[in-house]
Each structure stands twice: as C-alpha cells, then as structure tokens.
Ligand binder design. Sequence first.
Ligand SMILES: *Cc1c(COP(=O)(O)O)cnc(C)c1O
Length: 459
Amino acid sequence: MEINNKLRALPAIERLLSVMAADPEIEHYPRELVTACLRQVVTSARDALREGNDSVASQAALIIQAKSLLKKHTQPSLRRVINATGVVLHTNLGRAPLSQRARDCVTGIMEGYSTLEYNVASGERGSRYAHVEEPLCQLTGAEAALVVNNNAAAVLLVLSALAKGREVIVSRGELVEIGGSFRIPDVLRQSGATLVEVGSTNKTHLTDYEQAIGPNTAAILKVHTSNYHIIGFTSQPNGTELAALAHKNSLPVIEDLGSGTLVPLAVGGQTEPTAAQRLQLGFDVVTFSSDKLLGAGQAGIIAGKRQYLTQMKKHPLLRAIRIDKLSLAALEGTLMEYSVGEPARDIPVLSMLHSDAVTLKERANRLKERILEQKTEAMAEVIPLNSPAGGGALPAAVLAGFGVAVCRQDMSTAHLEKCLRERDIPIVARIQEDKVIFDVRCLLERDLTDIAAALSSIS
Ligand SMILES: *Cc1c(COP(=O)(O)O)cnc(C)c1O
C-alpha cells in the first residue's frame, strides 16, 4: 500500500470516539480528555507510518493505547511501590514507612483543621514547634528541641544561627557528602560560616582542633560518617575530650548525627550512638533526620542546650524551612511509639532491621510457595542474601537475610524485571546472576501475594 493510502486507512478520531463513548469504563472521563488521548495515539500511529512502519494500527489497538493513556491521567505519579530490594532505608523509595500510630496521626489531621498553631488552653495563637518539643527533650535528655523540614535544613539553621561570619572547625575525615549534593563544606559556606579543616582523612587529634581555635572561632562541628566507614589506621578524639576542649574555650560543639537513633541499635555488626548518648558526652547541639533510623516522615531534628536553641528559634531562616503539618503529625505519632509503645515491634524501620534469619527464611519460603502455587512458568528458589541498611545509616552493617530468586524460561530476566517495575503498583527488585531477586526483609504478607500474582500475569 502506498503511504497516503495507509494514512487514510487509519480510523478517524470521530469514529474512535463514538466507540469509546459507549464503553462503560470510559464513561466518567471528560470527552475532551478522551479526544486528546485519541489524537495523541493517532498522531503517533501516523508518525510511525511516515517513519516506514508497515502495518496500519487497527482500531482495537488504537483504543487500547488510548485507554492506557487515559488511565495515566488518574494514576498518581507518586504512588506506592513494593520494595523487594531488602534495603530498609531506601532514599529513592521514600525512606521510612510509617507506624500505625503515625499513620493515624497523619490521617486525623489531614481530613480537616488542626491545632497546628492554636493553643486550646488559651484560645490564642500557639507554636507548631511545641507539639514535639517535650517528647523530644524526654527522649534525648536535651533542654530544648526544634524541628525543621529535614536534617540538611537543620544543619544549615544551626550554622547560620551560631556561626555566621565566623569560623567552624571540622575534621578532614568528616567532610561528608550525602546524596543529592549535600556537602558539609558547601552547607557551611551557604550559612555564611568559614570552614577550618583540621587533621587528615584518617586521623585527627585533639591537638589539631586545639591549634585551630582562634579569636574568630564560632564552633566545633562533628559530622557522623553515616554513609561511609574509614577503617584501618584511624583515630578521632572522643566526644568527651572534644566537648571539654570546646567548653574550655567557651565554644559550642555541634554534631550532625545524620541518621540519629533514639534507641541503642546494634544490627549487622554495627552500632549507632543515640542522640541522648551524644548529648550526655557534652555535645551542645545535635541534629538528625527523622525519616532514617527514627522511622518517621521527613523532618530534621535539632536538640541541645536552651541558650543555643533560643537563637535558632528566633532566626529568620526558620520560617523558610519550617516543617509541614503532615510530617509533624507523623513525627508526633512516631515519638509516641518510643514513649508509650514498643518501638522495636511497632516502628517498621526498626522491626525490619531487627528481623531475624528464621523469620526471614520462613517468609521467603512462603513467597516461593505462593509463586509456585500459581500456574506459572516461573522457577523459584530460596536463597540467603546480605543487604545494607541503606539511606545513610549503618554503612558497615551487613544484614543477613533471605530472598527468592526467580527466572522464567520463556522470557529474559531483564524483561521480567522491567515488567514488574512498570506495574500499577511497581515491584522493585534487583537482578543477580541472571535471576530476579526478591529480598523479603521489607515485604508485608500482602506483598507476597501481589508478587506471586504479578509473576503469573506477566506474559
Ligand atoms: C542523611 C544525612 C543528612 C541529610 O539529612 P536529610 O534529612 O536527608 O536532609 C545530613 N547529614 C548526614 C551526616 C546525613 O547522614
């Protein structure tokens, strides 16, 4: 067929529209949107013919394409995924899932108005920061606390309030870059402070800090190397010595704890200091994320001495980095798990990090059985796995777990993995030795069923 005849053979928009209008699945979509989707698919069919594609798209094929475009309009881009990577704190997958209590708090205030900045006792304006200050002080032993948008903002605020126009001393071993181009030297510059680097990459001594202190020094900053680990010939002064040195010179010592935990954690051969322990050693201000090991939504927590927190509470930058009410509700609910609940059981991040090998092996076996119960071409076997904690936490920890390795003889592993990822509820897994690996550490019971169903429906 000649090209013009092929183009003419494509069905007219009007005709496709009348077929689609009769479809009960399509009824509730606005006619303009249906027309726009049809135009888009017919245009690409035309382009394909002009580019040398031989076959003229059928009416049925065009309608299927238009329907899938329509569906995209009602499907949020930000949506739930099933995390089969085994990485508990996966920054790309939204870090910490929330506990039931945290979700209840979010739902409760999301539906209407709230006491966000309203004091019910006085009937007057209240402070959004007041909701979590007391529990944070109780859980960290700090005199005062403040929450902002995230930990990056927390560090920026602390440095802007305490060190603008002056010097901040940091060890060369701690000039951390975390994901998303957050680098300590850049944040320092942004805050208006000047970085004074001391020591070397592997070793910094107390005397290095001491010699760097001068009339223009504002603070000593320690940064927790939460996403890397220096091993071998290394040393850093201990927290007590460093705090004593700072206080002898009337300086505050600040620590960016990064992942910051509220309860002592020892998983996968690594421990993480709690915020309370660091403050007790003599640190004046600590900052940490609320959506890493703490297990809440996005926020940055600043805790420490009242005299310093007061300066931050008055700082104009605070307004620009304030926490929103949904994150605040998630944080308050999560903090309640620590104060009145059972955090290791009820905070998903902690329970996943603590999952033992027996539990994980049983779960992997259940997943394998469900996969094999389906009429499927898939071959599945349970395998032992090691995974990192992820998300800038416990970088040296190796979490021993289990997973299911799956392959299909009728399709490539890469295709299988892609189909899983492109589902309405994407299933994110990794490929290892030409098999799709489902690590079960972060999977719920319903996820096991969904994965098995997905594997049998992919063709
Ligand atoms: C994760 C991390 C941050 C940034 O925290 P966000 O809450 O992601 O902004 C800053 N410093 C360190 C050391 C970190 O590990």
